[in-house]
Design a protein around this ligand. Structure first.
Ligand code: PMP
Length: 433
């Protein structure tokens, strides 16, 4: 029998979870979630919360979305698992449907994985196999996943552990608030840095560059106009591929496009996706230009649960809900309304240095002083603790843990926006007292 008390769960975690898993708890006081429906969560004491985190961007169309649950349940009851060694129509349909979301000028193929990090690993291997080169470029405040290979392209120090494979050159993130070239410096100086890195920190022969179309753990960092396309141009000139990480920014979350890279008109060689694709069911995918994926046929590459029909049935339902319920349009409209309210909060609270993002991928960044922009981790933590009292779930992010990141299920409503703005305002006020 499952014991739902917080104390019992905390005790079991303390005793039986590895330190690597047990320590990653955002709130000071632990909480147990019992139930979720669309953009809402209820804890074990039946308190309701607005989930602005979407269980870390996984919940794209809503907790326990009835259509997704129905599709997955029907598939699980019929045949829970079938590997790619055998044929099953559901993953094949999903591959076709994902390929159809990609830019039309290329032919696209799909390799399903179990997670985002696995998809990143595979994308790295694919780029190295196709180009015959080893060197990769990545951004300094990037996050690409917990496996050794994904960590090797992850720039945020707090997420990097010892023993990672190398051959990665990091370039400065084109942060338009606090980047090394100052406020609103645009793409150009950062593109020069890519050229410099290729010339000085690689062999000159590059396998590829990984870019989150909007950085998530980096604190919601949008790529300035011309950056993604300019990066692709420079990396291709050195023989490499452009790899878009859409694990957080994909599936319409930015509001304007299904995929974040589309904001800059770039056509990637490889697109990595996970999280929102399954609305909580474990699933990831590498979508690549057909020619780029072809050389991997010489050896076996098999992910046991990749193309799992239960997760893929969920994935098909997610795509259908996004299309049918105009989820991307909702992300645009509700995200714009929320961003406006966040700007109003900035006018009221001096601790807020910056407000940014697009669609339902937003952040506020806390500083000790708006002029020096010194990150304020303590105020962020204090406000964060209070957001829980206000019935909001969000996340501390950014390399200095000075940002509050909002990536809610994309069914968030305008009514919720009022509650979020009021809740954040209350959290700032009570953190200051
Ligand atoms: N890329 C990005 C941008 C991510 O945010 C994450 C997960 N936070 C990953 C890759 C790795 O995905 P997963 O946790 O499914 O391995």
């Amino acid at each position: 029998k499952t014991d739902w008390s917080i104390e019992a769960t905390a005790a079991r975690r303390a005793q039986y979870y590895a330190a690597s898993q047990s320590k990653f708890v955002p709130f000071k006081e632990p909480m147990v979630f019992k139930r979720g429906s669309m953009q809402y969560l209820w804890d074990a004491e039946d308190r309701k919360y607005i989930d602005l985190l979407g269980m870390n961007v996984c919940i794209s169309v809503g907790h326990s979305h009835p259509d997704v649950v129905k599709a997955a349940t029907e598939q699980a009851q019929t045949l829970t698992h079938c590997t790619t060694m055998f044929y099953h129509p559901t993953p094949a349909h999903l591959a076709e449907e994902l390929a159809a979301t990609m830019p039309k000028e290329e032919e696209w193929v799909v390799h399903f994985t179990n997670s985002g990090a696995e998809a990143i690993d595979l994308a790295m291997t694919m780029a190295r196999t196709y180009t015959g080169n080893l060197d990769l470029l990545a951004l300094r405040t990037s996050y690409h996943g917990p496996t050794a290979a994904a960590q090797s392209v992850t720039g945020i120090a707090g997420w990097r552990h010892p023993g990672m494979p190398g051959h990665v050159a990091f370039v400065p993130e084109p942060n338009q608030y606090r980047g090394i070239f100052g406020e609103n410096a645009g793409a150009a100086p950062y593109l020069d840095e890519i050229e410099r890195a290729i010339a000085t920190a690689t062999t000159g022969c590059v396998a590829g560059m990984l870019v989150e179309s909007v950085q998530g753990y980096g604190g919601i960092i949008e790529m300035p106009k011309g950056y993604m396309s300019g990066a692709a141009e420079r990396v291709r000139a050195a023989g490499g591929l452009y790899i878009a990480d859409e694990v957080q920014s994909g599936f319409g979350r930015t509001g304007d496009h299904m995929w974040g890279f589309k904001a800059d008109g770039v056509v990637p060689d490889i697109v990595v996706m996970a999280k929102g694709i399954g609305n909580g069911f474990p699933l990831g995918a590498v979508v690549a230009r057909k020619a780029v994926a072809a050389p991997m046929a010489d050896k076996f590459m098999f992910h046991t649960y990749g193309a799992n029909p239960t997760s893929c049935a969920a994935g098909r339902a997610v795509l259908e809900v996004i299309r049918r319920d105009k989820v991307q349009e909702n992300a645009r409209e509700v995200g714009a309304a929320l961003l406006e309210r966040l700007h109003e909060l900035k006018d009221k609270h001096a601790a807020i240095g910056d407000v940014r993002g697009r669609g339902l991928m937003l952040a506020i960044e806390m500083v000790k002083d708006r002029k020096t922009k010194e990150p304020d981790e303590d105020v962020t933590a204090a406000v964060f603790e209070k957001t829980r009292d206000a019935g909001l779930i969000l996340s501390k992010s950014g390399p200095h843990r000075s940002c509050l990141r909002m990536v809610p299920p994309m069914c968030l409503s305008l009514q919720d926006v009022d509650k979020v703005a009021e809740g954040l305002d209350a959290a700032f006020r009570s953190a200051a007292t």
